[in-house]
Design a protein around this ligand. Structure first.
Ligand code: SF4
Length: 230
């Protein structure tokens, strides 16, 4: 089954996911930091607190002292680390001259240049950078996360020990470079990971179970088939 058909099967099953769940590109950027190592429901509570405090802007976050910012985003966990990371993100946006409209960062370089720039920000790794590129700056950069690695290893398409860059290259080589497709595909992988391909998979009812190496080996006790495509 091709990656495109996998996408189409997931889309038919789960429907369009309408990602990213945010009102503005800056909210996407903030969410991409806050969602590190925590569930999205916790991020929603932190963002709601920022909104209630009228603090969901570059200027407001830079103006807040560390402890106040950390207290606001406490629901997202690791709040001291994430407060520093939000400050670093906002300082970078301020330095780029796009504090009032962070989405205008997209006008300041190619996707590769923007990605390199994002990766220089404290706390922005590959997944966060690609999330910001794809969902805030509208650049087609495929996002790889834990769900991607887990599901596509079980499907028999990855070994599971590839680097982030190798997995991203695998998807980007096999798919047309299409912003809407990359947007939807990652969101659908998350839906698969939440509903079926969980740490203990729920293969019954999974839309991919007739194509899945893991499910075909039954009982979920045998080693994964090694049919890595990389
Ligand atoms: S069939 Fe099972 S292991 Fe395979 S993708 Fe679906 S939930 Fe994951």
């Amino acid at each position: 089954m091709t990656l495109m058909r996998l996408h189409d099967t997931l889309l038919a099953h789960f429907g369009a996911q309408h990602w990213w769940p945010a009102e503005t590109p800056f909210e996407v950027m903030v969410g991409a930091i806050l969602t590190q190592n925590t569930a999205w429901t916790n991020v929603e509570r932190a963002i709601k607190a920022l909104k209630t405090a009228d603090a969901l802007s570059v200027a407001a976050i830079l103006a807040l002292d560390h402890d106040t910012l950390a207290a606001l985003i406490r629901p997202a966990g690791y709040f001291n680390v994430k407060a520093r990371r939000l400050k670093a993100l906002c300082q970078s946006l301020y330095d780029a001259g796009v504090a009032d409209a962070p989405e205008r960062l997209a006008q300041q370089g190619t996707a590769a240049e923007l990605r390199d720039r994002l990766l220089t920000i404290n706390g922005v790794g590959a997944e966060t950078a690609d999330s910001i590129l794809l969902y805030a700056l509208e650049r087609p950069s495929f996002v790889v996360d834990t769900y991607t690695r887990r599901s596509f290893t079980r499907l028999g398409l990855l070994r599971g020990n590839e680097t982030y860059a190798a997995i991203q290259a695998y998807f980007q080589a096999a798919l047309p470079t299409d912003l809407a497709l990359f947007n939807e595909y990652h969101a659908l992988i998350v839906a698969l990971g939440k509903h079926h391909c969980r740490p203990t998979p729920r293969c019954a009812g999974c839309p991919l179970n007739t194509h899945c190496a893991h499910d075909q080996h039954a009982q979920h006790t045998l080693p994964l088939r090694k049919t890595a495509a990389l």
